[in-house]
Every structure is written in C-alpha cells, then in structure tokens.
Design a protein around this ligand. Structure first.
Ligand code: UT7
Length: 325
C-alpha cells in the first residue's frame, strides 16, 4: 500500500514588535500610500535585538505540535527552511531540535530563500513517502530584518520577520498530492546578498554593503508573475485537475499585485486566496506557512479542501505543493 503525507497540524509565530508604514516614513523617503498601493503591505513584525530565527521557529513549532496532538519525541525528521540562520553551524534545525528536547532524529536546514518552505515540504513529503520518516516537523522561519539595508527604500519596506510550521504525518491516502520544485541560478544578481562566508564581506565596487539584500524589484516582479503562472499550469496538469478543483490558493506573500496576477491565472476569486501580506509583509520562507496557519486557525480552510501552495524567490527558486488538507 502506498504511503502519503498529510498535514496533522499547523502553527505560526510573529514577533511582538510592529513596524508600520508610518514608522518607515520617518526612516526613508516613502509613504504609507505608496507602500499600500504598490505592495499591499500595511505593517510588518520585527524581531527584537537578541531574538533569533530559532526563537521564532520554536514558538511556531510548539503551536504546530499542539495542533497536531503530537509530542516532540514523536518527530523523526526536522526540516527548517531559512535564509537567516542563527549560526553558521549547527543548522537552525539542530538548534530547534535541542530546544524541543528531541534527541536523535534527522535535522537539517534548507536554503531556497522565499521558496524555502515549499522546498522543505517537497523534501519532507519524499521522506514520508519512502518510509524514511513517519512524522516530520517542517518549519519556515526568518529574521530577514537582519539582512536589510534600512536606508534602501526599494527593499526595507517589503520584508518582515516571522515563523510558520506544519507537522506532517504518514497516512494511507493523500494529503500531499504533488510537489514541484524548480531553480534557475542564472538570475543570481537580480536578488541576492552579495557577501558570504567563503566569498567574504569586502565592500562592493559600487559601494554597496555586502551584508545586505540587493534587489532589482521590477525585474523580479515580472519574472515572479510569469513563473508562478507556469507553475500553476504544471501543478494542475500533473494531477489531471482543473482550475475549479482548487479551493484555496495559499501564495507566497511578496506583493499583492503578484498574488492577484496568480489568482487571475487560476480564474480564482480573491475570496479564495489567503492574503496576509498586509499584516506582516514578505517573511520569505515563513510566508506560506504563516498564511496557511492563519486561514486554518480562523476556520476558512477546512479538512478535505484542496490547497495550492506556491512560492517564488531568490535563486531564482520557485515551486508548489498541491494537497488535500
Ligand atoms: O519574495 C521574493 C521576491 N521578491 C519580490 O517578489 C518582489 C518583487 N518586486 C516588487 O514587489 C516591486 O517591484 C516593488 C514593490 C519592489 C517596487 O514596485 P514597482 O512598481 O516595481 O516600482 P519600481 O521599482 O518600478 O519603482 C517605481 C518608482 C521609482 O521612482 P521613479 O524612478 O519612477 O521616479 C522608484 O524609485 O517608485 C520609486 N520607489 C518608491 N517610492 C516610494 C521605489 N521604492 C519606493 C518606496 N517609496 N518605498
């Protein structure tokens, strides 16, 4: 008999500190009106000094475990998607495992920037399908605020901090119907943090600080819209499904205009699209599980419904997860 993975529970966590568009007006030349019209963002949450990605992940994971009715000891795989790990090593997944009091299960991080959670779901699903794991904790957690140039209005208004998690368990029917993961490294320089451990942190030739994110927003925007349109088609075709078979679109929360374009592609009413960007901006790998948990907890997403999760991010990376909740 085939093994599938299904979502047993979801959880999320946002740090308490809130940064509004009006706060940003005092930091860079921007306006609440511009940010809302061009992105849909009203505010974002920012981790306190000393509050780390693992701190956020721990809260989200504890909530997901509670919702799933599972103990940390039952987990046999931990995958954390993050671009902002606490340390160079150990992985944030190992740090999280220690916090949860689990000893011995496989634990590792995945780095696919904003598509990280979708990648992590793809990997965890395959562990469960092959019988290598029965209960997986999949987390997307970020403190993106730490890699932002707070003088660059093209990026600092977009991002926020947060964490989301799901517990996947083995089941005899889906659950996850398919996952689709892609990357094209040729677009490295449209969205990147130039510095790194191996390359070093020497100043860029143009004087830009290599510690911080650089983005050619407009070019990324166009690529995101086209690519997400294609992944929707690919996912439906792989499952022999029609647009109308999807109950909920749970998209990466990068820009309300990108989300609306993907919904149009699916001929989907915005009432069936989970939109949380207004409340927490783009939280990179945390954004899809944060949106998912929000709509599960407020009762919009119900058991038995069909969900399309999708994301696009630095790399470029992109992907989708189609599942019966
Ligand atoms: O998470 C994964 C990947 N990331 C994304 O998907 C982000 C994709 N990109 C975007 O969401 C949008 O491109 C942005 C929101 C970043 C920018 O919106 P846009 O409509 O593409 O604006 P633009 O970059 O073409 O800039 C239009 C104007 C420019 O002024 P001029 O040259 O027309 O005078 C910018 O300098 O808006 C200006 N501008 C701003 N004005 C006020 C750029 N940022 C701001 C700002 N406040 N924060």
């Amino acid at each position: 008999m085939s093994i599938y993975s299904r979502i047993a529970g979801t959880g999320s966590y946002l740090p308490e500190k809130v940064l509004s568009n009006h706060d940003l007006e005092k930091m860079v030349e921007t306006s609440d009106q511009w940010i809302q019209e061009r992105t849909g963002i009203k505010k974002r949450h920012i981790a306190e000094a000393g509050q780390t990605t693992c701190d956020l992940a721990e809260q989200a994971a504890a909530r997901a475990l509670k919702a799933a009715g599972k103990t940390a000891q039952e987990i046999d795989l931990i995958v954390v998607a993050t671009t902002t790990p606490d340390k160079i090593f150990p992985s944030t997944a190992c740090l999280l495992q220690q916090r949860l009091g689990n000893h011995g299960c496989a634990a590792f991080d995945i780095q696919a920037v904003c598509t990280g959670f979708v990648y992590a779901m793809g990997v965890a699903d395959k562990f469960i399908k092959t019988g290598a794991a029965r209960t997986a904790l999949v987390v997307g957690a970020e403190t993106l605020s730490r890699i932002l140039d707070w003088n660059d209005r093209g990026t600092c208004i977009l991002f926020g901090d947060g964490a989301g998690a799901v517990v996947l368990e083995a089941a005899d029917k889906p659950g996850i119907l398919s996952t689709h993961l892609h990357a094209d490294g040729a677009y490295e320089e449209l969205l990147h943090v130039p510095g790194g451990i191996s390359r070093g942190f020497d100043m860029e030739a143009d004087g830009a600080d290599p510690h911080f994110m650089q983005m050619k927003g407009n070019e990324v925007f166009k690529m995101a819209v086209n690519t997400l349109g294609r992944i929707v088609d690919e996912t439906l075709a792989a499952n022999g499904m029609k647009k109308s078979d999807i109950d909920w679109l749970v998209p990466h929360q990068a820009n309300i205009r990108i989300i609306k374009a993907t919904a149009r592609k699916l001929s989907m009413d915005m009432d069936n699209v989970v939109v949380t960007i207004g409340e927490h901006g783009n939280t990179s790998a945390a954004s899809v599980p944060l949106a998912l948990d929000t709509a599960v907890k407020d009762g919009r997403i119900k058991r038995g419904e069909t969900l399309l999760l999708e994301a696009f991010g630095g790399g470029f990376t992109w992907g989708s997860v189609l599942l019966n909740y």
